[in-house]
Design a protein around this ligand. Structure first.
Ligand SMILES: [Zn+2]
Length: 91
């Protein structure tokens, strides 16, 4: 059951590409599609914020090398919690 205008299939499609989007590996049409979805879909925007936080932390701390394990665990824990919340809302 869903009362949202976007479907979970749209969300999964979007989230599958969010890392490529963050790495700027997508063409402009695909990037626009993801941005448009994020504007329309708050759960995905929340998750995108966490993904971006993970990426910026890793880049800032390590220059692409390994993240400090405590920091990485903490951020990934927040990501898992956000995903669990979103899945609970979809059910
Ligand atoms: Zn979505």
């Amino acid at each position: 059951m869903s009362d949202q205008s976007t479907t979970s299939a749209d969300c999964e499609h979007m989230l599958a590409r969010v890392h490529q989007f963050l790495d700027q590996e997508l063409d402009s049409a695909s990037s626009d599609e993801i941005r448009a979805h994020l504007v329309a879909c708050e759960p995905c925007l929340d998750r995108y914020d966490v993904e971006q936080a993970v990426k910026s932390l890793v880049n800032r701390c390590c220059g692409g090398d390994k993240a400090p394990s405590a920091l990485r665990t903490k951020v990934l824990g927040q990501l898992a919690a956000a995903q669990a919340t979103a899945h609970a809302q979809q059910d």
